[in-house]
Design a protein around this ligand. Structure first.
Ligand SMILES: Cc1cc2nc3c(=O)[nH]c(=O)nc-3n(C[C@H](O)[C@H](O)[C@H](O)COP(=O)(O)OP(=O)(O)OC[C@H]3O[C@@H](n4cnc5c(N)ncnc54)[C@H](O)[C@@H]3O)c2cc1C
Ligand SMILES: *[C@@H]1O[C@H](CO)[C@@H](O)[C@H](O)[C@H]1NC(C)=O
Ligand SMILES: *[C@@H]1O[C@H](CO)[C@@H](O)[C@H](O)[C@H]1NC(C)=O
Ligand SMILES: *[C@@H]1O[C@H](CO)[C@@H](O)[C@H](O)[C@H]1NC(C)=O
Length: 605
């Protein structure tokens, strides 16, 4: 069985090779020496050197895959799309195989919107657009299920050595490698056509200490948490909450996101960001596997340049994190409030939005974190305003000018307030759960305080443009580490502009991953140039957040990293000179593209 699975895979063609005629051999021949396993392709009039994909002669042989499987303890699996069981057959890397299983199909159909269900699948992407949506749950088993942009094989890593072997194998055979943690990624970075996955979900260790060793950063002897790569916010927060007194750490607003994978490497903002900065600001140390397969420590003393880059410099770019240590803090009594504005009177609605949003600087400077969503035609939902360490009376005093304005304008709204003995309790009670299985393009921009103060009418006009062009918005108001000494900011690769913003906005443009190519191109253009274009124009001093933005925006280097970009570029060249890792629009990927309709990952010559 094992033999036949792998030999089929070794010989199968993933897509029709109609461009075989264009396929030239890289200098030195393919398969050549391991360092020269490039497949030359012509695409759109340009030449590319591509990684090795199924069907290429440089794709590893059955024996080589078997050897890898042995070195990773038998944890190599062939990936199938989550909903393959709803179809009679699945046309994938193993050829055309029978997959229908009514019970499994019922389970996957019922659970497709469940984040945790999808997180535990080996290769699923929670936002499905970048899987190409070629195999969604269906009631018609005769429909076609293909692999789309799901990866083809996955190492379900259980040990650090498995990750090392996976990285070395991908490097040796020049395979497209994807590190997959929870699969939350909005930008499609945890899936990829023809790729080998290293899945880190099994790394679930959590250790807490009250006395960090004080060596790095120098003098820090406070409480800390050390987590394995797969740990999600929920587990870490539960552990910290059980301590006496209860403790807390910086996480995203969503309890299911991983805290040692993409979040910290993008920066990681959340409800504690006013007080403690980004998750990256609180990092003490990482254990990582570098692109040469070596296990290394990175902190302020050892490999300090790598430590800096891992803190916000871009996911899947510098190393694979296997373990991360962070500062933790005493939790505090906290108060939250919600606000809903819905009115069919358009004028009144935008007056209400203006009363709310023009106070973005005011809210964050008074210590609030504010999460809101805005939908066309006229719905604003703020859930919640978060006031850490504040009483209901203190929160009411901060919100009073807003409510006075709404009352004077006659804007209809509903509101309520709740108070809790810890922020953790508020987090569980007041943030709404989120769902998986949606397909959309994600964009976004962050509003600078200076533009909120000086250019707010233009920001409101930009919001109208967003909602009038088929998108909706998710806003996150925070002060990027206002409560921290500025010296602590300088130690992370997060865009320095994030220290002077007050609203990090995500734009979401729903579109099926199976939409016609022309519709996809139109939607991407609308997102980049109209929807996000309006936000960029309204806040020229703003920035973009690598985990929640359009990777295809102009000048992404500056948008994502500002003045930190040149250093990140040179560190990428130092730590991953051959491009073993890849995630779209991360430092040093200027020449990389997914050509041939988003399939082959290649370097433009
Ligand atoms: C519902 C939802 C809410 C969110 N809320 C917030 C929020 O409040 N604040 C915020 O900052 N972000 C938020 N995000 C965005 C989040 O930061 C990104 O989706 C992030 O990439 C998730 O990381 P992950 O490791 O959980 O997911 P994955 O999708 O598995 O990985 C994301 C990226 O990180 C890479 N990666 C994963 N693990 C490793 C590793 N061990 N070593 C190296 N690279 C790795 C992957 O290759 C990929 O490029 C949210 C996303 C969603 C879907
Ligand atoms: C890897 O080995 C395990 C254990 O022998 C086996 O169950 C599995 O099918 C193998 N993987 C592949 C892709 O053949
Ligand atoms: C991806 O989807 C597009 C339609 O949006 C389709 O034309 C293309 O063939 C698909 N590619 C793969 C590999 O699934
Ligand atoms: C909508 O609200 C505006 C502003 O308060 C008001 O002037 C206008 O009369 C309202 N329109 C309707 C149809 O109620």
């Amino acid at each position: 069985m094992r033999n036949s699975v792998l030999s089929l895979l070794a010989s199968a063609l993933l897509c029709s090779q109609q461009s075989e005629a264009h396929l030239a051999r890289a200098p030195g021949g393919v398969p050549g020496p391991p360092s020269n396993r490039w497949v030359r392709r012509l695409w759109d009039g340009a030449q590319y050197d591509c990684k090795c994909f199924p069907g290429d002669s440089c794709w590893p042989t059955t024996q080589q895959w078997q050897k890898l499987n042995t070195t990773v303890g038998g944890n190599l699996i062939v990936s199938t799309p989550p909903a393959a069981s709803c179809y009679n057959t699945f046309q994938g890397p193993l050829g055309n195989i029978n997959t229908y299983d009514a019970a499994k199909c019922a389970e996957v159909t019922a659970n497709f919107p469940s984040e945790q269900f999808q997180i535990e699948l080996p290769t699923a992407g929670l936002w499905t657009y970048f899987t190409n949506d070629t195999c969604r749950p269906t009631t018609n088993p005769a429909d076609t299920c293909t692999n789309g942009y799901y990866p083809v094989l996955a190492i379900m890593a259980k040990t650090t050595a498995h990750i090392q072997e996976g990285v070395k194998f991908a490097k040796k055979y020049n395979l497209r490698l994807i590190i997959r943690n929870t699969g939350h990624d909005f930008l499609g970075r945890s899936v990829g056509w023809g790729a080998l996955v290293i899945n880190t979900h099994s790394f679930q260790s959590v250790k807490v200490t009250n006395n960090w060793d004080g060596k790095t950063p120098k003098g820090y002897k406070g409480p800390a948490i050390t987590v394995g790569a797969g740990v999600q916010a929920q587990k870490a927060l539960q552990t910290l909450h059980a301590l006496n007194p209860p403790k807390i750490m910086v996480t995203g607003e969503c309890i299911t996101v991983g805290i040692a994978g993409g979040l910290v490497q993008g920066g990681g903002h959340g409800p504690l960001t006013n007080q403690q900065g980004f998750l990256a600001d609180t990092a003490l140390e990482f254990k990582v596997i570098t692109a040469d397969g070596q296990l290394k420590t990175a902190n302020e003393r050892v490999n300090s340049d790598l430590f800096w880059a891992l803190r916000g410099g871009g996911p899947a770019s510098f190393a694979v994190i296997v373990e991360a240590s962070y500062k933790v803090f005493n939790d505090q009594a906290s108060t939250g409030a919600v606000l809903d504005i819905t009115t069919t009177n358009n004028t009144l609605f935008w007056q209400g939005v203006t009363a709310f949003h023009s106070r973005a600087n005011y809210f964050v400077e008074n210590g609030l974190y504010v999460y809101y969503e805005m939908f066309a035609p006229v719905q604003l939902r703020v859930q919640p305003f978060v006031a850490i360490g504040k009483t209901p009376a203190q929160l009411a005093a901060i919100l009073k000018p807003l409510f006075d304005d709404l009352d004077n304008l006659g804007v209809p709204y509903t509101t309520s307030t709740q108070t809790f003995s810890t922020f953790y309790d508020l987090y569980l009670a007041m943030f709404e759960g989120e769902v998986a299985g949606n397909s959309a393009l994600t964009g976004g921009w962050t509003m600078a305080k200076s533009d909120v103060a000086n250019n707010h009418p233009a920001i409101i006009e930009a919001f109208k443009t967003v909602l009038n062009n088929g998108a909706f918005m998710v806003g996150h108001m925070w002060n990027g580490g206002e409560g921290l000494p500025q010296s602590e900011w300088a130690n992370s690769a997060v865009n320095p502009r994030f220290r002077a913003v007050s609203d990090k906005i995500i734009t979401i443009l729903p579109i099926g991953g199976d939409a016609p190519l022309s519709a996809k191109a139109e939607a991407q253009n609308r997102l980049t140039n109209i929807v996000d274009g309006a936000l960029r124009a309204a806040s020229p001093n703003g920035a973009a957040y690598i985990n929640e933005a359009d990777p295809f925006q102009p000048n992404w280097q500056t948008a994502f990293w500002g003045t930190n970009y040149p250093r990140l570029l040179s560190l990428r060249q130092k730590w991953d000179p051959e491009g073993v890792f890849y995630a779209v629009s991360t430092p040093g990927t200027e020449k990389w593209e997914q050509i041939e309709y988003g399939t082959r990952l290649c370097k433009k010559l």
